[in-house]
Design a binder for this molecule. Structure first.
Ligand SMILES: [Zn+2]
Length: 474
C-alpha cells in the first residue's frame, strides 16, 4: 500500500523567512531554491506564501494508551469537574456501547469526586464492569462488577496487586499495575489508523513513545501497521531495560525508561551499575521525575554513573534553581509538557506549595541556564495537540485564565524549536531546512509572522512524512 516515493514541488512557500520553492524526491528534501520549473513527474502545490516548516516531533507520548483513550470516557477536568458530570458521562457511555462491555474511563482527578474507590464508583456508575484511570497514569479504580470479573480469571488469583482494606476486601484501587491489569481485561485492538490521522492533522511527523513496558511486541505492532499503510509518523520507542530493536526496523530504539516514585526510590548503587551497563550498549536513560526529590535522585545517579547526551529527564515538573544549575552541568535533555500549564494549572495554583509554584514546568529558566529542552504532550495524559502545548509555553495561561510562572514564558520561535528537534537528538536546535534531509514537512496556511500570533493546528495546510503527503486534504 505504501508508495515508496513521491515527487513534489512545493512552490511559493516561505522557507526560513524567505520566499522559495522546495523539491521533494526519494523521501528527501532534494533542493531548495527560487522559481523552480516543475518536472514532468512532479506533483506541484502552490503554498501561497504559507510557512513551510519541519514536521513537529512529540518527544514524549504513549501511543497505545492514546488509542485506548480515544475510545474512553473522559472522567476529569476540564470536561468533567464534579460527581454529577462523572455519573452522567459513565451512564451515557453505557448507553452508547454493547451491554456487558467494559467501560474505560481516563483522566480522573480527586477534584471530581474525592479519593475514588470501588463503593463510590458503584454508586456513581452503571452496572457494568468499569475501570477508571487516574490522570497521573499511575492508578486504576475498579468497580465491583469489574473486580468480580477479574476474580474469575486464574492469573488474578496469584500475586494480586489490588489494594485491600483491613478486612481483606479489595478497595478497587490498583497502583502502577498496568501490565497486570491488561492481562485481566478483555483486549481491545488498538486503532492506530485513528491515532496516526489525528497526529497528522496536528502537523506531527514523529513521536517518541515513552511507555516503560515497550519491547519487541510493541515494535512488531507498529511495524505491521506501517506495512499496512495505516501508521505514518516516524517513531522512536523508549521502554524496558533488556531488549534491542532490529537493525532492519524502520523505527529507532530510545532510552530505558525508569519511573521514579519518591516513596520507593531504587537502590542507588545497583542503579548506577545498571545505568553504566545500559550506556555501554549505546543506550540512554529516561527518568520520570515529577517531584523535587525524584529530580535530585535522577541527577545524582546520572552524575555518578557518567551522564551522556542520550540521557533524559521526563517532566522535571518542579525544578528549583539549584536543580536547574545541576542539570545544566550534565549533558542530558529535559523533556517538558507545557500543555499541563493550561490543562492542570488551575489545580497547581490551588494545591502546589507557593514556594514551588514558580518552578513548575519551566521553560525560560532551563533555556537560560543552557539546559537542552524538548517539547512534548504526554498524550493521552495531556492533550495530544502540540499547538496547545506551544501556546501554553508562550502565554503560561491556565484553563480558567490564571497565570502560572509568567516569567517562564518563551517566544513562539523557541516553542516551535522545542517541537522541531529530531527524535534522535531532542532539544538540539535543528537549524534551517536542508537538502538531503528526510522530507518531514508541515505547510502552514499563512506566513510565520502571522502564524506565530495564533499557535493553532487549524493553520496546518499539508503534511509530508518521509516525502509522502499524508494529510487527507489532497
Ligand atoms: Zn508519560
Amino acid at each position: 500500500m505504501q508508495s515508496s516515493s513521491e515527487a513534489w514541488l512545493i512552490q511559493n512557500a516561505e522557507i526560513d523567512g524567505r520566499r522559495g520553492d522546495l523539491r521533494v524526491r526519494g523521501g528527501l528534501i532534494h533542493s531548495i531554491g527560487l522559481d523552480f520549473e516543475p518536472a514532468h513527474d512532479e506533483r506541484t502545490l502552490d503554498a501561497r506564501g504559507g510557512a513551510l516548516i519541519r514536521g513537529l516531533n512529540d518527544h514524549h507520548t504513549h501511543l497505545l494508551a492514546l488509542s485506548a483513550a480515544l475510545n474512553s470516557v473522559r472522567c476529569g477536568p476540564p470536561e468533567v469537574t464534579n460527581e454529577k458530570q462523572l455519573s452522567d458521562a459513565l451512564h451515557r457511555a453505557a448507553q452508547d456501547s454493547p451491554a456487558h462491555q467494559w467501560l474505560r474511563g481516563v483522566g480522573y482527578h480527586e477534584s471530581v469526586a474525592g479519593d475514588l474507590n470501588r463503593s463510590r464508583l458503584d454508586q456513581l456508575g452503571p452496572r457494568r464492569p468499569i475501570r477508571i484511570q487516574h490522570r497521573s497514569g499511575a492508578r486504576w479504580i475498579l468497580n465491583s462488577e469489574a473486580l468480580q470479573q477479574i476474580a474469575h480469571s486464574k492469573s488474578a488469583q496469584q500475586n494480586t496487586p489490588l489494594e485491600k482494606d483491613p478486612a481483606g476486601r479489595p478497595t478497587g484501587r490498583l497502583d502502577r499495575a498496568d501490565s497486570w491489569l491488561r492481562k485481566q481485561v478483555p483486549p481491545v485492538p488498538p486503532d492506530l489508523d485513528r491515532v496516526s490521522a489525528l497526529l497528522t492533522q496536528y502537523g506531527i511527523t514523529g513521536c517518541s513513545d515513552a511507555t516503560p513496558d515497550n519491547g519487541p511486541a510493541t515494535v512488531a505492532l507498529f511495524e505491521r501497521a506501517r506495512k499496512r499503510g495505516i501508521w505514518q509518523p516516524n517513531l522512536r520507542l523508549m521502554g524496558r531495560k533488556n531488549w534491542s530493536i532490529s537493525d532492519r526496523s524502520e523505527f529507532s530504539q530510545g532510552a530505558w525508561k525508569i519511573l521514579l516514585d519518591e516513596n520507593q526510590l531504587p537502590d542507588h548503587a545497583t542503579l548506577i551499575d545498571e545505568i553504566r551497563s545500559t550506556h555501554a550498549l549505546g543506550r540512554g536513560l529516561a527518568f520520570h521525575c515529577v517531584t523535587r526529590a525524584e529530580l535530585v535522585f535522577a541527577a545524582s545517579v546520572l552524575e555518578a554513573a557518567g551522564c551522556t547526551p542520550l540521557d533524559r529527564i521526563e517532566h522535571a515538573s518542579i525544578a528549583p534553581p539549584d536543580c536547574v544549575e545541576w542539570l545544566a552541568r550534565l549533558p542530558l535533555t529535559v523533556v517538558t509538557q507545557p500543555n499541563f500549564i493550561h490543562e492542570r494549572g488551575d489545580a497547581y495554583l490551588e494545591s502546589v506549595e507557593d514556594r514551588d509554584q514558580p518552578w513548575l514546568y519551566r521553560c525560560r529558566g532551563f533555556l537560560e541556564a543552557g539546559v537542552r529542552l524538548a517539547g512534548s504532550t504526554d498524550a493521552p495524559f495531556g492533550d495530544p495537540n502540540p499547538w496547545l502545548a506551544m501556546q501554553s509555553a508562550i502565554d503560561r495561561r491556565t484553563h480558567r485564565g490564571g497565570k502560572l510562572g509568567p516569567e517562564e514564558a518563551i517566544s513562539p520561535e523557541e516553542a516551535l524549536a522545542m517541537f522541531s528537534s529530531s527524535l534522535e537528538a531532542p532539544g538540539h536546535h535543528p537549524g534551517p531546512l536542508r537538502s538531503g534531509e528526510s522530507a518531514n514537512l508541515c505547510l502552514l496556511t499563512q506566513k510565520w509572522a502571522l502564524a506565530r500570533d495564533e499557535m493553532d493546528h487549524r493553520q496546518v495546510a499539508a503534511v509530508w512524512t518521509r516525502g509522502r503527503r499524508v494529510d487527507h486534504a489532497d
